[in-house]
Write a protein that binds this ligand. Structure first.
Ligand code: 5GP
Length: 194
């Protein structure tokens, strides 16, 4: 596999990375396309298959693992598998796009390792774990149990921040959006050193 550039945004759930990724996708000059992940978790709210995720059963997901169809995959939460299908990235590269990912820290670092020169890996840092809690509760799409599971994971994820190429502090959303745009623009206009 070889192709265009890869932009990864990873962060604990509730850090605002999805908002940042959506904002960047609206900037047509960046020529980005969203990598739709596969997941075995149930659909939430207004999510659509083939738009937010490729939703599949646990057994279907495991079959893809067996077939080596994933660029990376992770059991992000128990029995909730998430992964990037190789065909997804190939599809977007074939369209001449740069690919942007909204994935967990382990998956993000894995892709960076596979494509070190063509990948920009960005970690989005929330102001604090307490603030994360407030944001997740506000979103109120999940049970308290699920929210607590995400909070517990957040502390572990925060410790991986130094392994990323860049850290964006999402303390003020407008500032974080502007910084992210500039960062991606700089990376895309730099030469691929491969
Ligand atoms: P959510 O259930 O809130 O949509 O996502 C849960 C976590 O899984 C988020 O941190 C999200 O970024 C991550 N995630 C989504 N897709 C992928 C993927 O393809 N691979 C990995 N490793 N993580 C993913």
């Amino acid at each position: 596999m070889k192709g265009g550039k890869l932009i990864i945004f990873s962060a604990p759930s509730g850090s605002g990375k999805t908002t940042i990724v959506r904002h960047l996708l609206e900037k047509t000059d960046l020529n980005l396309a969203f990598s739709i992940s596969a997941t075995s978790r149930p659909r939430r709210g207004k999510e659509k298959n083939g738009e937010h995720y490729y939703f599949m059963s646990l057994s279907e997901f495991k079959r893809h693992i067996k077939n080596d169809d994933f660029l990376e995959w992770e059991e992000v939460y128990r029995d909730n598998f998430y992964g990037t299908l190789k065909t997804e990235v190939e599809r977007l590269w074939a369209e001449g796009k740069n690919v942007i990912f909204d994935i967990d820290v382990v998956g993000g670092l894995r892709i960076k390792k596979k494509f070190p020169d063509q990948t920009l890996a960005v970690f989005v840092k929330p102001p604090s774990v307490d603030e994360l809690k407030i944001r997740l509760k506000k979103r109120s799409t999940e049970s308290d149990d699920k929210i607590n599971m995400r909070i517990a994971k957040a502390s572990v994820e925060l410790a991986t921040a130094p392994q990323f190429d860049m850290i964006i502090k999402n303390y003020d959303l407008d500032t974080a959006l502007a910084e992210s745009y500039e960062l991606v623009q700089d990376f895309l206009s730099s030469k691929n050193e491969e």
